[in-house]
Design a protein around this ligand. Structure first.
Ligand SMILES: Cc1cc2nc3c(=O)[nH]c(=O)nc-3n(C[C@H](O)[C@H](O)[C@H](O)COP(=O)(O)OP(=O)(O)OC[C@H]3O[C@@H](n4cnc5c(N)ncnc54)[C@H](O)[C@@H]3O)c2cc1C
Length: 435
C-alpha cells in the first residue's frame, strides 16, 4: 500500500504559514497546510497594520479582493503621562496613493481570505488539526508530522514551522529554546465599534483614510511597553503590551493597564460611546536579532513569530512573517527544483536569502535595543515622559514667570531626576542602539 507523501507540510495558517504555503503551491509543489484553529485567523491577534509591499511580492493583485479596512494617512506618536501627552504627528496626502503602502486589517477576515488564496493555488488546507509532534527518521531528519487526528505519520520532504510565537512543537523537538520572559511581550487588545462617519469625524478622516496612534509613557507603569490605537472602517482597535518579565516582577495586570489607557483623557473622547465586541490577549516576540533561534535543519525550516522575527522598534511583525514565509517557500522550491534532498546544508539557502533581506538587516540594526529598553525601562517609560510633559506644560503656561527662570527650572528638573551624567549616558546609549 503506498503512503501519501507531500513535498512540504506547513504548520500554521497565520501570515507566515500562508505566505510559505502559497509560494510553494503556486509554483506547483504538493503542499499540505495544517491549522489547529476552527478557521484560519480564529486564533490570531494583530493590531493590525498590514504592509502592502510584502503581500504584493506574494499576491501582486491582492487589492482586488482582500478584506482591507483603511489606509493610514496620519501617524501620531504620543509620550504620555497620567493626564497629558506630548506628541509627534505626521500626516500626508501622499498616502492617498493609488496603491497605498499600509492598511489596517482584521485578522480573522484577512487570514480567511489569504487561506482561500492558498487553497486556490493548489494546497490542501486542513483546519481543526493540531500538529502534536514532528516525526524523525533514525538519523534525526524531520520526515513528517503527527496530528491529533487519528492516523499515522503524514510524510513530507520538508516541514515549515509557522506555528507562531509559542512555538511549542519546535521547542519540544529540541529545535529551539523556549522564548525567555524578557524577550516576549504580553499584549491585550479590544475592538471598539463606532459608525464609520463618527470615526471619520473624530480623527479628521475622509473615505478609507485611517489614523494610527502609538503611545509610550507612564501608561506602562515603568515597564517596557507600548500602547496602540488603530482605526478600522467601523471599529477602533486599541491595546497595550509589556514584557512578560516586567509583568512577572510587578503586580500590574495587562487588563488594568488597558483600562487605564482607555480612561486616559487623551484616549477617552476618541472611543466615547463605542461598543466593545471583541477582546484578545497574545504574545509578541520582542527579543530581536539576538533571540533568533536556529532557522533550519535536516527536513525543517522555521518562519515568522516562531523564529522570533519581529521588529519591536517599528512595531512590525506581519511583514517579517510574510517575507520569511515567502523566502522559505522560494528556498524550498529551488532545492526541490534541483531534486536535491532537503538536508540542513541545502536548506541553508533560506538563511542566506533571509540574511540578505530587510528582515535580518533591520533586526541586526536594532540588535542592542531590546536589552537597552529592558534594563532602563523605568527611565525611558516613566521618568522621561513625566519630565517631557512637565517641560511642555512649563513652556506653554503663561504665568508671569520670566522665560529664563522657566528654562532653568526645566533643566534643574531633568538633572535632579537623572543627573547630568545619567542624561548624557542615556542619550549616547540610545544613539548607539539606534545606529
Ligand atoms: C496585540 C498585537 C498587535 C500586533 N500588531 C501588529 C501590527 O499592527 N502590525 C504587524 O505587522 N504586526 C503586528 N503584530 C505581530 C503580528 O501579529 C505577528 O508578527 C504575526 O501574526 C506573525 O505571524 P505568524 O504566521 O508567524 O504567526 P501567527 O499569526 O501567530 O500564526 C500561527 C498559526 O499557527 C497555528 N498553530 C500553532 N500551533 C499549531 C499546531 N501545533 N498545529 C497547527 N497549527 C498551529 C496557530 O493557530 C496560528 O494560526 C501584533 C501582534 C499582537 C499580539
Amino acid at each position: 500500500m503506498s503512503v501519501e507523501k507531500f513535498d512540504a507540510i506547513v504548520i500554521g495558517a497565520g501570515m507566515s504559514g500562508n505566505a510559505a504555503a502559497y509560494t510553494m503551491a503556486s509554483r506547483g509543489m504538493k503542499v499540505l497546510q495544517l491549522e489547529r484553529g476552527e478557521y484560519p485567523g480564529s486564533k490570531n491577534v494583530q493590531g493590525a497594520i498590514m504592509y502592502a509591499d510584502m503581500l504584493e511580492k506574494i499576491i501582486p493583485d491582492f487589492r482586488e479582493d482582500a478584506p482591507l479596512e483603511r489606509h493610514p494617512v496620519e501617524q501620531r506618536f504620543w509620550m504620555m503621562d497620567d493626564t497629558s501627552h506630548t506628541g509627534m504627528h505626521y500626516r500626508s496626502d501622499d498616502f492617498n496613493e493609488a496603491k497605498p503602502n499600509r492598511y489596517t486589517i482584521i485578522r480573522a477576515q484577512f487570514d480567511k481570505w489569504f487561506s482561500r488564496k492558498v487553497r486556490e493555488a493548489g494546497a490542501t488546507v486542513l483546519c481543526e488539526t493540531t500538529v502534536t509532534e514532528l516525526a524523525h527518521d533514525t538519523k534525526g531528519k524531520v520526515i513528517g508530522v503527527r496530528t491529533d487526528r487519528a492516523g499515522d505519520v503524514i510524510f513530507a520532504d520538508v516541514v515549515v514551522l509557522a506555528e507562531g510565537v509559542n512555538g511549542l512543537l519546535g521547542t519540544r523537538a529540541g529545535l529551539r529554546e523556549m522564548p525567555k520572559p524578557e524577550t516576549v511581550a504580553l499584549a491585550v487588545k479590544e475592538m471598539h465599534f463606532l459608525p464609520e462617519e463618527v470615526i471619520g469625524e473624530r480623527f479628521g478622516l475622509k473615505g478609507n483614510e485611517g489614523c494610527v496612534i502609538e503611545a509610550a509613557g507612564t501608561i506602562s507603569r515603568g515597564m517596557t511597553g507600548l500602547a496602540f490605537l488603530y482605526t478600522n472602517r467601523e471599529s477602533i482597535s486599541l491595546g497595550i503590551g509589556c514584557l512578560v518579565s516586567d509583568f512577572a516582577s510587578t503586580t500590574e495586570s495587562p487588563y488594568a493597564l488597558l483600562e487605564a489607557f482607555k480612561r486616559h483623557p487623551s484616549v477617552r473622547p476618541l472611543i466615547a460611546g463605542s461598543e466593545v465586541k471583541e477582546y484578545a490577549a497574545h504574545l509578541i516576540p520582542e527579543g530581536g536579532y539576538k533571540a533568533i533561534p536556529q532557522l533550519f535543519g535536516d527536513g525543517w525550516l522555521v518562519v515568522g513569530d516562531a523564529a522570533q522575527l519581529n521588529n519591536a522598534v517599528h512595531r512590525e511583525g506581519s511583514n517579517l512573517a510574510m517575507t520569511s514565509g515567502r523566502i522559505a517557500g522560494e528556498a524550498i522550491f529551488q532545492v526541490n527544483s534541483r531534486r536535491d534532498p532537503m538536508t540542513k546544508e541545502n536548506l541553508a539557502l533560506y538563511k542566506t536569502m533571509l540574511d540578505n533581506s530587510f528582515v535580518v538587516k533591520d533586526l541586526m540594526k536594532y540588535k542592542d535595543m531590546p536589552a537597552l529598553l529592558h534594563t532602563n525601562s523605568c527611565n525611558f517609560f516613566m521618568t522621561y515622559p513625566q519630565l517631557i510633559s512637565q517641560a511642555a506644560q512649563n513652556f506653554l503656561r503663561v504665568d508671569g514667570t520670566p522665560k529664563i527662570e522657566k528654562e532653568k527650572a526645566t533643566t534643574a528638573a531633568f538633572i535632579k531626576a537623572r543627573s547630568r551624567w545619567g542624561i548624557v549616558s542615556d542619550v549616547v546609549r540610545l544613539a548607539f542602539a539606534w545606529r
